[in-house]
Design a protein around this ligand. Structure first.
Ligand code: DGL
Length: 247
């Protein structure tokens, strides 16, 4: 079984790419909506939540955890990965591999405040693609808009435009380094224009997940999907699963 977690709905943008490649594998997704947004929390708090989420996925019997939260990966780089019986795939590592493979040279990173504060993207990109110039920008306004379902709203369009305006003008690509951001991709496309590529690390994460499943001999199941939230109300999660995954 493949496990996923995020602070909320964002991680479904990773889940959908993995399910596109591995439709017959069982999957479990935890949305920690009691604690969303993660991006405004301090490192100790984030590390405690990361450890609890990994322990929960372990208890469900996951063989592989495809990380679906950049902020949690960022804090793991600073404070360490919790132990797990599953193989845990770092999403920031996947983003860096995607940038390196595509050969971009001037890259913007749009992420949560906690991810930007950690510098994890600059460090990881420096390892995989040392020649790349990186500029990180925090965009804390976007996650609450996605959680509230305000995707096609003037507020979302304006918030995306404001975040993009903080990027240098000569970049060739932008990493959507928070899994909530692909929900707003149309606004990013409009703000950035056709000359700036948008990188969603979920594609590379899905490719790496499929490779690990094959190399470890993880057997497919019935293709079941179980979703759980720590929040009081699962209406938004159910709607997002229906709309994004058609399940
Ligand atoms: N979607 C998460 C990420 O990729 C966390 C967003 C948040 O809760 O602030 O970083």
């Amino acid at each position: 079984m493949i496990g996923f977690f995020d602070s909320g709905l964002g991680g479904l943008t990773v889940l959908r790419r993995v399910r596109a490649l591995l439709p017959h594998h069982d999957a479990v997704f935890l949305a920690d909506q009691k604690h969303v947004p993660y991006g405004d929390r301090d490192d100790a708090d984030l590390h405690r939540l990361l450890s609890a989420n990994i322990a929960w996925l372990d208890a469900q019997g996951c063989d592989v955890v495809a990380m679906a939260c950049n902020t949690s990966c960022a804090v793991a780089q600073s404070l360490g990965w919790p132990t797990s019986r599953a193989l845990v795939l770092d999403l920031i590592e996947s983003a860096a591999i995607a940038v390196s493979d595509a050969g971009f040279e001037r890259v913007g990173v749009l992420a949560t405040s906690a991810t930007v504060r950690s510098g994890a993207y600059t460090t990881t990109l420096g390892r995989h693609a040392p020649h790349v110039r990186v500029h990180e920008v925090a965009a804390p306004a976007l996650v609450p808009l996605v959680e509230a379902g305000l995707l096609d709203s003037p507020e979302a369009r304006a918030a995306v435009a404001a975040a993009c305006a903080e990027l240098p003008t000569d970049i060739d690509a932008v990493i959507l380094a928070c899994t909530h951001f692909p929900y707003l991709d149309a606004h990013f496309a409009a703000s950035l224009g056709p000359s700036v590529a948008r990188i969603d690390p979920a594609y590379e994460q899905a490719g790496r997940t499929a490779a690990v499943v094959a190399s470890r001999g993880v057997q497919p199941g019935n293709g079941t999907l179980r979703t759980e939230t720590t929040g009081d109300d699962r209406t938004a999660l159910d709607r997002a699963v229906r709309e994004l995954l058609g399940e």
